[in-house]
Write a protein that binds this ligand. Sequence first.
Ligand code: NAD
Ligand code: FE2
Length: 402
Amino acid sequence: MNGIKVSGIKAYQKIVKVLIAALNFVEPETLTGPGSVLKISDYLKKNNFKKPLIVTDEGIVRVGLLKGMLDNFKEQGIEYAVYDKIIPNPTIQVIEEAREMFIEKNCDCFIGFGGGSSMDSAKVASARVTNPRTSIMQMTGYFKIRKKIKHLIAVPTTSGTGSECTVAAVITNPETKAKYAVDSPKLIPSLAVMDPELSYGLPPHITSTTGMDALTHAVEAYISTIPTKLTDDYARRAVKIIFEDLETCFKDGKNTQARENMMWASYYGGAAFTRALVGNVHAIAHNFGGLYHVPHGLANAIVLPHVLEASIDKCDTRLAELAEAAGLKNEGKSTREMAEAFIQKIRDLNKTFEIPETVRELRKEDLTLLAERASKEAFYFYAPPKYFSAVEMEKVLEPMLA
Ligand SMILES: NC(=O)c1ccc[n+]([C@@H]2O[C@H](COP(=O)([O-])OP(=O)(O)OC[C@H]3O[C@@H](n4cnc5c(N)ncnc54)[C@H](O)[C@@H]3O)[C@@H](O)[C@H]2O)c1
Ligand SMILES: [Fe+2]
């Protein structure tokens, strides 16, 4: 990148960061605890909504997760429609189909029910209903949604993305084989329903990888260049919970307390990065998702220790602080040693979950394209402690080759 372009981008970054810092993001109302999903009907009635469109995926329907809420809607005389064709790394096409169903079925609000893919799709479909002249691609980037979206309730069934409280939604464009974030305060759901019972049946590998996504949010927000007291507090809380409870959820999916704690870790991670942004880990992980369909949490889990090692010179103090949040005792270690111990603790956790150190799908001939895209994504949109040029990014990627 030439000098003029770099200074232009830096000015743009500064404006985005000042705007984000100045905006006092509202947090969603919350319904929490076992059975909280059955209180949605009261919320709908209280707010005079007559017919929600539930946006979800076939896997969620197959395991019967919607049943409790839908039976309750029937008992309470609440009409609804269901769009259940969301796919992981959701595409523009499925989001448009959800928007069409909302209009066709005369719905008046959205319920994003599932993992990040379902919640994000509900967010963007809702934005498209009220902003019909703005295409999904035109919404990508910061602050591109003009009109308030249709009322949105988020019901997470994974504990990872934090989408239930974030400004973000991530979409995939199959034409470019790339993922793009839509970031707008208008995308923050009005209500987040955090019912741990919905995550009891989450298979261990999805429990672990989505949990590592939450960890990545907390770590990237904590080492970002625009943290606040609030984001630091959220990030430390998330890190503490994840190192205390994620392994329990992995081994004993029905442990209510651990599942409930992880729902909060996901929320805190989301609330932290929505204000302090993510960094190079997400920039790389999105591109693994776009090009190879690697699930988001798995991609982050693999990339996180590699990026932290490559960035340690710029963030060892912050990583050392997170080491303490993760329960590591200082015992006379230097800041650098504590930071390294934290990275090792992440590697150990990955090992417990049988998460590899490399990306099976990664091909040597794609390294240049991936490095260029990831470097650009981080440079334009995120606030990492260290920016990598495309050439440097390629070096970060190389050890991830299987
Ligand atoms: N909006 C944000 O702030 C944000 C943040 C991070 C990631 N994301 C995006 O979110 C998406 C990833 O979301 P995700 O990791 O939650 O996964 P996901 O929504 O793609 O779901 C993964 C799989 O888990 C299954 N599943 C979900 N809950 C289940 C349950 N309780 N029991 C059984 N199966 C269940 C789903 O059917 C699906 O097959 C990516 O597109 C990512 O880029 C968004
Ligand atoms: Fe993420």
